[in-house]
Every structure is written in C-alpha cells, then in structure tokens.
Design a protein around this ligand. Structure first.
Ligand SMILES: Nc1ncnc2c1ncn2[C@@H]1O[C@H](COP(=O)(O)OP(=O)(O)O)[C@@H](O)[C@H]1O
Ligand SMILES: [Mg+2]
Length: 275
C-alpha cells in the first residue's frame, strides 16, 4: 500500500496521478511529495514518463485522475489564465526549451520578466540580467547571439533565463544531455550552487547516473507507470532489483552517445563562427 500523502507534506505534491494517452497508461496512480530546498532526480528508461511527470508539475499536461499541489494549493484544475502566476514561481529548463535565436542573450533572459510584467525598466532589467549571467558564470555575454555560443553555454543561458523570476522551484529535463562530461559537470555544479546559495527546490530528469549521484538528495526511478525505487544514491547502488542494476550500469553506452552528439554540436557552432 502506498503511504497516504497529504497535500501539506511538500512544496509540490502529486496525489494519485494517473495519465494515459489513449490506451497507453504512462503514469499509473503515482503519489509523490517533493520537499522544499531539496534536489530530487528522476530516472528511468526512455519513454517511461519522466517528461510527462514533470509537465504535470507546471500543468503543461493535466492528469486523467489525481491532483497536483503547489504550496498546498491545488493547481491541476486551474484555468490557463491563473497558471501564469504559478508558473512564474517555477523555472523550467526543458530539452526543447531552446533560446530564441533572433534575440541576444540579454533579451532572452529578460523575456520572462517582461512577459510577466515584473518590470519594463531597462536599467532594472540590465541589472537582473547581469546578476543572473554572473550566477551561471557567463559575465559579459549580454550581447551575444545564441548561434555564437557552445552547447554548454546555451544551457547556462537557458538556466539564467529559468531563474530570471527568482523561482522557488526549477524543473530540469535532461539538462546534461548532449554535453561532454566537463560541460555536464558545470551544469551539475550550478544545480548544487542554486540549492546551496538560494535554497532552490530542484526536480531533475536525467539519464546521467554520474549527475544523479552528484546532485541528488533523493533519486526516484519510474518504471511501467509506477515508482520502482525511491531513495538516495546508496539505495540505488545497493538495490538487487535487476532493472535498477541494468539501468544504472547501462550508463556507458548512453554516455558514448552523448559525446557523439556533442561533437556534432561543436562542429555546427564552429561553422557558425566562421561565417
Ligand atoms: N502528448 C502526448 N501524446 C501522446 N503520447 C505521449 C504524449 N507525450 C508523451 N507521450 C508518450 O508517453 C510516454 C512517456 O513519454 P515521456 O514522458 O516523454 O518519456 P521520457 O521518460 O523519455 O521522458 C511515451 O510513450 C510517449 O510517446
Ligand atoms: Mg523525456
């Protein structure tokens, strides 16, 4: 029996969440509570519903059954008009969440601030952009266009944009995919830094077990629509469940694929620079 979860248990609570697409049951009666200020990593085989799960947290998807709470407020049933305010408190860094190519780094970061009408004052915007860029280690990159940046730098600008509104929560979908180990580690360090310095609550979907072990206070593995294992790094390394061992050891081939992707990305960026 799953433990009864009360909405006030965590900053984000998923209660008996079920999501299906036609006949495919992606999430099957999942209940989870995410503690404030902690980093939770979600792992699991490709297609197991990790992205679908975190999309429910910002209500980009709505559950078939079940409820989503943010600070004790039920949010999954809110109309779109009321979700802007909720989403402003959650930064997200999605795989597809690319930068706007036609905007400079500075304009990209200022975009959510303008959109949420926090301020239109250019001087204030410049200050916020400067401080966010500094936080991600990209001082002075304000006037660059995304095409001039490497894959890792783009991710960091996207992170600066995700924290533009000082969110309490950040959701990351595969933030290190496509990065070589060194660049991936810069992202890991940033996630750790945001937790330590700003007390940000992070939920990170990843394939990368090195990253999971490094940043996670808690790791959750999804499998067949359910939470298969929920614990810390030791819970996973000590688990005798074959699927868990297979998954955490299947890491090498995934990594190889990632470094291949990175070489392509670098070639493209370098070509961009020659033009
Ligand atoms: N909008 C959608 N419509 C139909 N099927 C979807 C949709 N979004 C995701 N799925 C399916 O749900 C399953 C889980 O997807 P996803 O959460 O993206 O997996 P992953 O764990 O790799 O992030 C997949 O089989 C995917 O094809
Ligand atoms: Mg995904």
């Amino acid at each position: 029996m799953q433990k009864e979860i009360k909405p006030d248990d965590g900053i984000i609570v998923l209660k008996n969440l079920t999501k299906r697409f036609r006949k495919l049951v992606v999430l099957n009666d999942i209940s989870l509570s995410f503690e404030k200020g902690k980093t939770t990593v979600i792992i699991g085989p490709s297609g197991c519903g990790k992205t679908v799960l975190i999309k429910h947290i910002i209500v980009l998807l709505r559950p078939g059954l079940g409820e989503v709470y943010f600070h004790d407020q039920r949010i999954d049933d809110l109309p779109e008009s009321k979700l802007g305010k909720i989403r402003a408190q959650m930064g997200f860094l999605f795989q597809s969440g690319a930068l706007f190519d036609s905007m400079t780094v500075s304009e990209n970061i200022a975009f959510p601030i303008r959109q949420h009408q926090e301020t239109q004052d250019q001087k204030k915007l410049d200050e916020i952009v400067k401080s966010k860029l500094s936080l991600v280690g990209l001082d002075g990159y304000q006037d660059y266009f995304p095409a001039k940046l490497s894959g890792g730098q783009k991710k960091r600008v996207a992170l600066a944009r995700a924290i533009a509104l000082n969110p309490e929560v950040i959701l990351y979908d595969e933030p290190t995919t496509g990065l070589d180990p060194i660049r991936a580690d810069v992202i890991n360090e940033l996630i750790l830094k945001l937790r330590k310095e700003l007390g940000i609550t992070s939920i990170v979907v990843t394939h990368d077990m090195n990253s999971a072990y490094k940043i996670a206070d808690r790791i959750i593995m999804l499998h067949n629509g359910k939470v298969l294992l929920d614990g810390n790094a030791d819970t996973f390394t000590n688990s005798t469940l074959p699927v868990v061992q297979q998954f955490i050891k299947g890491e090498t081939s995934e990594k190889d694929l990632q470094s291949l992707q990175v070489s392509f990305e670098d070639i493209r960026t370098d070509e961009g620079k020659k033009k």
